[in-house]
Design a protein around this ligand. Structure first.
Ligand SMILES: Nc1ncnc2c1ncn2[C@@H]1O[C@H](COP(=O)(O)OP(=O)(O)OP(=O)(O)O)[C@@H](O)[C@H]1O
Ligand SMILES: [Mg+2]
Length: 991
């Protein structure tokens, strides 16, 4: 029947929840995948696109079957609880484990399910390493799922999951435990830098059901027809006019959540009318459907009665599914009113019945909108009530309680629950969560000194990265120090922690000073004292002579520490080895040989990871590249497996450095750029990466940008006392100056570092610096000084099997001979130096030595051999990617009448991959640091077009980040590549 406009529902068009629209293909694929376990499905799409809906429809359709489904949700908690989503889900399907045939392994579940203490096996023995603990928990949890006959594990919103949950999912997805169907939903736009989620995505993703049962479903918005169907389904299936459907589609961009919200809002406002053509809006031009979900939600909230609103606000503060009693307690309503309010909110489709008496927001965006609109004082009050209410639960949800009391401003409760939650996290091996909680507590908790020390001792420093988080710990530690009131022992306890934190931050002098003051008062804690001494033995700052470091190293070695575990001993041995090698002491290698690549005892894993990073670095310093590569790769594998972020980033950086040295330059620019860009990296490590970037630029012939960058690196390293590390950038910078004929500058740059090496007698630091310094002295006519330096270098290396520095020494000798005009012998010596570099292998240095060999040969009249050697060098420089150097060699060849082609800029890439003039232009502007919008303004393009040019440039150049693109764009390759139709005066807009 047709209803006239006047008859049309006045104010209360009956609105139904939408029926599922579209998604037939997705549903079929989902069913196909999950019907054949082990399957793993990844469902992604923007907020409100219908991920949860698809999942729930699928689960509802299979509800008749015997499949047992565990549905876990990851709520957007400030401090997610370790494995919280899974624990909550398990609790939904069973109240007890009594009678389940569990193995002794299940004892590991105790921290997760304290309420089952009576029925779980005994707690497993202590394992010091968090990873071991975690894996025990994972295995136990997997066993529990099996015993509960779970066929499908569905995890909603994994972008909010805690690390342990993600790791568990990875563990499950590895398919080892038992075949269980795994489905996760995720909003890709909310995926933070967290590589774990990316790894999970990679592990689960495949574009269609593959042999291994992997499926990735990316949900897209509805089209106009779909929008019409959705709207119609909400209006009892009646026809919806095309104009109306188009209107809604434009306003909502086809996102189901927004469509649904728009229809409900219009119904609330009585804006819907029913005419001969079916449903439509009253007057299309009169109403503006609010564009954002937030506005829609708030307007709908405003239309509820006061009790409905109160219940909704309470539910928003709780932020997770809850039953009526709990919501009522938080809302502070009498039972009857609470029930009426709840029913109203359910009827209006703002809350949803989740089963088991639990209700939750239909959608997190709605929850967020309601929550944000609560005035702060009221919010605090509601959080306080939520805390008090949830406290009564057994077991108490400690993470949530910490959150509630924190917002409520109830400091002591917050601290109690947060520390409890951190302890639980540590007990399950979840260092990330524990670290976040403890950090927040120490920084914002305003705790008494004793608590600060207690909490800092619990800190899982290894899982920390980035100096900012360390820096924030300093003021509370200083405050604690000020509050000790002369208690020397307590003061020493705090000072050690402060010293450690400062050292972690790279503030060596300040950190050392604290440690030195603390050590005399650490008699009660010899292990801590020994650690502090070791840190003082670390040879970094310039203010200390090597002998002072060695003394501390020895004192540490002599200290009797009865409490030292095997793992501690290992760490000590590794630190001794590293420190001694850095000081150039050969006996460090004997210690190094005793450090294994792996250990059975989990307690030793972290020490071994760190040891391998450091020993890799030292092997690199000594020029033992094979050892370096093995150590670093070992460290990387260990760090990756066990999530030691700090070690991972340092190992990656050092590996990148090693790749630079050993000529593994393919993809290096991109890797370095990505590292330099990442947040999770210590300042010194970042400098090391920038060094690699600078060196690459220099090799490519972009001398100006390279020098700028290397200068930055050098200053940064000198400032932070990383003296061993500053030698290479100093050498690189001086080499650039020398090549440009600026001899004084080269002398200036190398003077202090050379003096330092001579003073400290750390000649193993001179691989790069030695040759440049000698060359600069020779160029300045100070040949005798150059000779003296070379002789001292040789003496300094005596008895040391350090191939890197030896190659440097060989180069010094060749340079010296050249300076003395002994060309034939210089040529031989350069050949020898080239061979010494080549065996490391350090091919770039070897080629540069050969180039000089050839030049000496020319000077010695052996032109023919020289030119053929040069031609070969040119070839190999190009292959390596050192186009700037190749250019120089070409010039030399041409000078002697040998026709040689200049290296083809970008020649390594296919012709079809050439950048268009526009792409080139956009790329150049990226290199200047402009944003897309700014580039768009400069070039009179739309930001969208700019983005397109950028992405096609990145594709053509084979890079995947903006920084990598910028790095490439500052290289010579670009500097020399001309835009074909660039004319003077012809601005971009003319094209
Ligand atoms: N294909 C569809 N047909 C009908 N209604 C849909 C469809 N997809 C989603 N909806 C409705 O839109 C609303 C939002 O969908 P849903 O909660 O599934 O989004 P989501 O992708 O899970 O979002 P989030 O990332 O925020 O969790 C729900 O009320 C849902 O019922
Ligand atoms: Mg969802």
């Amino acid at each position: 029947m047709a209803v006239s406009e006047q008859d049309g529902g006045s104010g209360s068009a009956a609105v139904h929840p939408p029926e599922l629209v579209g998604r037939e293909r997705e549903m079929a694929e989902l069913a196909r995948a999950l019907d054949a376990p082990p399957a793993a499905v990844w469902i992604e799409g923007e907020a409100g696109i219908g991920k949860s809906r698809l999942l729930r429809e699928y689960l509802a359709r299979t509800a008749g079957r015997a499949d047992r489904v565990l549905l876990a949700r990851c709520p957007p908690l400030h401090h997610p609880q370790t494995l919280g989503p899974l624990v909550d889900a398990v609790r939904q399907v069973t109240e007890t484990v009594a009678g389940l045939p569990l193995s002794p392994l299940a004892g590991a579940l105790r921290p997760l399910f304290p309420e089952w203490a009576a029925d779980l096996p005994a707690a497993p023995g202590p394992a010091e390493d968090p990873t071991a603990v975690r894996h025990r928990v994972f295995r136990a949890l997997a066993e529990l799922l099996a015993r509960l006959d779970v066929d499908v594990l569905a995890v909603e919103d994994v972008h909010w999951a805690d690390e342990a949950t993600l790791e568990f999912l990875l563990f499950l997805a590895s398919g080892v435990p038992q075949p269980v169907g795994l489905v996760v939903t995720c909003r890709p736009e909310d995926v933070a830098g967290g590589s774990l989620l990316r790894r999970l995505a990679a592990r689960l993703a495949a574009d269609s059901v593959s042999a291994a049962g992997r499926l990735r479903l990316a949900l897209l918005p509805l089209d106009v027809a779909g929008t019409a169907r959705l709207v119609s389904s909400m209006l009892a299936g009646e026809h919806v006019s095309d104009g109306f459907a188009g209107f809604v589609h434009r306003r909502t961009e086809g996102v189901p959540l927004a469509i649904e919200g728009a229809v409900r809002l219009m119904a609330d406002r009585s804006d819907l009318s029913h005419g001969a053509g079916g449903w439509g809006r009253r007057r299309l031009d009169e109403i503006g459907v609010p564009a954002t979900v937030r506005d829609m939600v708030l307007e709908r909230l405003g239309r509820l009665g006061p009790d409905g609103r109160a219940m909704l606000r309470a539910a928003a503060v709780l932020g997770r599914p809850a039953d009526e009693t709990i919501i009522r307690a938080v809302a502070g309503l009498a039972p009857g009113r609470a029930q009426a309010g709840l029913i109203e909110a359910l009827d209006r489709g703002l809350l949803d019945d989740e089963g088991w008496g639990q209700v939750a927001f239909r959608h997190v965006l709605a929850r967020q909108a309601v929550y944000d609109a609560i005035p702060p004082p009221r919010r605090r009050m509601l959080h306080r009530r939520a805390g008090r209410t949830l406290e009564a639960l057994a077991p108490p949800p400690v993470g949530e309680l910490a959150d509630h009391f924190r917002v409520a401003g109830e400091r002591s409760e917050w601290c109690r629950y947060a520390e409890w939650a951190a302890d639980l996290a540590l007990a399950s091996g979840d260092e990330t969560t524990a670290g976040t909680l403890l950090h927040d507590l120490v920084v914002n908790g305003g705790l008494p000194p004793a608590s600060t020390v207690r909490l800092i001792r619990k800190f899982p420093f290894a899982s920390f990265a980035g100096p900012a988080r360390f820096r924030e710990l300093v003021p509370p530690l200083r405050a604690a120090l000020a509050a000790t009131a002369g208690d020397a022992v307590q003061e020493a306890d705090i000072r050690v922690q402060l010293g450690n934190v400062l050292l972690f931050m790279g503030e060596d002098d300040a950190g050392r000073a604290e440690l030195k003051r603390a050590i005399p008062h650490l008699g009660h804690d010899p292990a801590e004292a020994a650690r502090a001494m070791m840190r003082l033995g670390w040879p970094r700052s310039s203010s200390w002579p090597v002998s002072a470091h060695l003394r501390w190293l020895e004192r540490a070695a002599e200290l009797e520490v009865p409490s030292m575990t095997a793992a501690d001993r290992l760490g000590f041995a590794a630190d001794q080895a590293t420190a001694r090698l850095m000081l150039g002491e050969t006996d460090g290698w004997a210690l190094e040989a005793g450090i294994p690549d792996d250990a059975d005892a989990p307690a030793e894993w972290q020490q071994i990871t760190r040891a391998n990073v450091n020993l890799g670095d030292m092997a690199m310093l000594w020029g033992r590249y094979a050892v370096a590569a093995r150590r670093l790769d070992t460290a990387l594998a260990l760090a990756d497996r066990r999530r030691y972020r700090r070690y991972e980033s340092v190992a990656l950086v050092t590996r990148t450095h090693l790749d630079w040295l050993t000529g593994a330059w393919d993809g290096l620019a991109e890797r370095a750029a990505a590292l330099a860009e990442s947040e999770d990296i210590l300042p010194l490590a970042r400098l090391e990466v920038l060094f690699v970037v600078g060196q690459q630029q220099a090799a490519a012939g972009a001398y100006g940008p390279a020098a700028e960058r290397l200068r930055l690196v050098l200053d940064g390293e000198v400032d932070s006392g990383a003296l061993a590390d500053s030698m290479e950038p100093a050498a690189a910078l001086a080499r650039l100056a020398l090549a440009a004929g600026r001899v004084d500058e080269a002398l200036d740059i190398t003077e202090e570092p050379a003096a330092l090496i001579a003073r400290k007698r750390t000649w193993v630091w001179a691989s790069d610096l030695g040759p440049v310094r000698v060359a600069a002295l020779a160029a300045a006519g100070r040949v005798e000084e150059a000779a003296k330096l070379t002789a001292a270098f040789a003496r300094g290396l005596r008895g040391r099997d350090a191939p890197g520095p030896r190659a440097g020494l060989a180069t010094c000798r060749a340079v010296l001979a050249d300076a003395r005009g002994e060309h034939a012998s210089a040529a031989r010596l350069f050949a020898r130096a080239a061979a010494a570099w080549q065996v490391l292998p350090r091919p770039y240095e070897a080629l540069l030595a050969q180039e000089r060999q050839a030049r000496c040969q020319i000077a010695a009249g052996q032109r023919e051999v020289a030119l053929s050697l040069l031609a070969e060098v040119r070839e190999r420089l190009i292959t390596l990617g050192a186009l700037g150097d190749a250019d120089r060699v070409v010039s030399c060849l041409r000078e002697y009448g040998v026709p040689a082609k200049r290296p083809q800029r970008g020649g390594r890439r296919a012709n079809g991959n050439r950048l268009s003039p526009r792409e080139l232009e956009v790329t150049r502007l990226v290199a200047t640091g402009r944003s897309n919008r700014q580039i768009a303004e400069t070039l009179f393009l739309s930001p969208k077009t700019v983005a397109q040019h950028l992405s096609s440039s990145m594709r053509k150049l084979g890079v995947s980040s903006r920084t990598a693109l910028a790095v490439l764009a500052t290289s010579a390759e670009f500097a020399q590549r001309d835009v074909p139709d660039r004319r003077p005066g012809g601005g971009a807009k003319n094209r």
